[in-house]
Write a protein that binds this ligand. Structure first.
Ligand code: DQA
Length: 142
C-alpha cells in the first residue's frame, strides 16, 4: 500500500536550520530513512515537502484516493492551521503526526497542535528517528 509522507514549511532547510534544535540530518536523509522503512514493511512511499499550506492540503486530498496512510510533520502549520486539520479529518486511513523536536519543552505557542486530536499517533522529540516510528505505527493499522 502507499504511505504518503508530508513535510511542512521550512523543513526543506533541515540540517542547515537551527541544527541545535533539529540536528544535522537533511530532508534527503529523512527521505532515505523513510524509504528504507517503508520498503522493509512492504509499502510504497510518496515523500513530499512544501512551504505552502494549499499545496499540503491538495496533497492530503490526493491521498484520499491514492494512499492507505499519512505521516505528516506539519511544522509551523501544526500550531496555526484549522484548514490542514480539516483536510486530514477528511482522510479515512491512519494518520501519524511527527515532530523532530519535543514541542512541549519549547515555547508555549508550540504546545498546542490542531492536528493531534484527529491523529491516530503523535510522536515528538525522537529526532528524525521519529519518522520511522510514525511509519511503523501507521503500517500496523493498514
Ligand atoms: C517541528 C516543530 C514545529 O514547532 C516547528 O514549527 C517546525 C518543526 C519539528 O519537527 O520539531 O517547523 O514540527
Amino acid at each position: 500500500a502507499l504511505i504518503t509522507i508530508l513535510n511542512g514549511p521550512n523543513l526543506n532547510l533541515l540540517g542547515k536550520r537551527e541544527p541545535e534544535i533539529y540536528g544535522h540530518a537533511t530532508l534527503d536523509d529523512v527521505k532515505a530513512l523513510c524509504g528504507a522503512r517503508c520498503e522493509a514493511l512492504g509499502h510504497d512511499m510518496r515523500f513530499l515537502q512544501s512551504n505552502a499550506e494549499h499545496e499540503l492540503i491538495d496533497w492530503i486530498h490526493t491521498a484520499r484516493d491514492e494512499a492507505a496512510a499519512i505521516v505528516i510533520n506539519p511544522a509551523a502549520f501544526t500550531h496555526t492551521s484549522v484548514a490542514l486539520r480539516d483536510a486530514l479529518s477528511a482522510f479515512e486511513g491512519p494518520i501519524a503526526e511527527i515532530h523532530i523536536s519535543n514541542v512541549h519543552a519549547r515555547e508555549e505557542f508550540r504546545h498546542h497542535s490542531y492536528v493531534s486530536a484527529i491523529a491516530d499517533t503523535v510522536i515528538c522529540g525522537a529526532g528524525i528517528a521519529g519518522y520511522g516510528f510514525a511509519i511503523e505505527a501507521v503500517a500496523a493499522k493498514i
